[in-house]
Design a protein around this ligand. Structure first.
Ligand SMILES: [Zn+2]
Length: 118
């Protein structure tokens, strides 16, 4: 659970023009861009984005984006559907699978996104 007025609160920026259509938030380390104020209050959504922050730190940021993009391309070639390809990315499978568990990051193992990689 994140503390209001803590560091994370400062790093969540409301900036709707940056968030792709059909999405509520997007993480570009160290910031979480949220579409609006309601999204910023959404604990499950923020937890999802926090899982991405952890994944990005563990992969030293830039390799995360390369890996993410490569996985997207491979799934897109296979599934021929942008939305399905996005949901098949291991980082997203972990984030969607665990976003409702607000204590997940406290107990999560290092590089645990690999458990969702297949
Ligand atoms: Zn995500």
């Amino acid at each position: 659970m994140w503390k209001k007025n803590g560091l994370l609160d400062l790093l969540i920026v409301i900036f709707k023009y940056f968030v792709p259509k059909g999405y509520k938030a997007m993480t570009v380390f160290p910031f979480i861009f949220a579409k609006n104020k309601v999204c910023k209050e959404d604990m499950v959504l923020i937890n999802h984005e926090r899982i991405h922050i952890r994944q990005q730190i563990e992969l030293l940021i830039i390799p995360f984006y390369l890996w993410y993009g490569l996985e997207f391309l491979i799934h897109f070639v296979r599934l021929k559907d942008k939305r399905k390809a996005y949901r098949a990315i291991s980082f997203e499978k972990e984030a969607y699978g665990k976003e409702s568990d607000l204590n997940y990051l406290k107990k999560r193992r290092f590089w645990n996104f690999l458990a969702f990689f297949k």
